[in-house]
Design a protein. Structure first.
Length: 127
């Protein structure tokens, strides 16, 4: 009986880990200005919009775009103001990126092969 309960709990925790949205990893990457980590948490092609300039980028191109943003706006902190639902085909989150200015960051996550990945990032100056 203990074996059955242990097995069920193990499966529960394994599936829960698979479907977890990487909020903490994204928060840490933005706080550190780590463009490569952000792009590694994303889909193969990602929509990135920074201050009205947008494009669909591969991981290497997106890393360059985000590195340029972080170079011009060195990180001080990042925190979420809103996190969407923890399940479903997609969800989103909104946060604030603090540098010399404050930026609103909107992140859309998409469920790809049982793993939530970043589908798009929009960064706009806070007014």
């Amino acid at each position: 009986m203990n074996y059955i309960i242990t097995s069920i709990l193990s499966l529960f925790f394994a599936f829960n880990a698979i479907f977890t949205i990487p909020y903490q990893e994204v928060e840490s990457a933005f706080a550190q200005g780590n463009a490569a980590k952000i792009m590694n948490l994303g889909t193969t092609k990602m929509l990135i919009s920074i201050e009205g300039s947008e494009g669909i980028y591969s991981k290497s191109q997106g890393t360059q775009v985000l590195n340029n943003f972080f170079k011009n706006n060195p990180p001080k902190s990042f925190s979420y103001g809103f996190k969407g639902k923890d399940s479903g085909a997609s969800t989103f989150a909104m946060g604030e990126y603090h540098s010399n200015s404050v930026f609103r960051v909107s992140i859309k996550f998409k469920n790809v092969n049982t793993q939530h990945q970043i589908e798009s990032i929009t960064i706009t100056p806070q007014k």
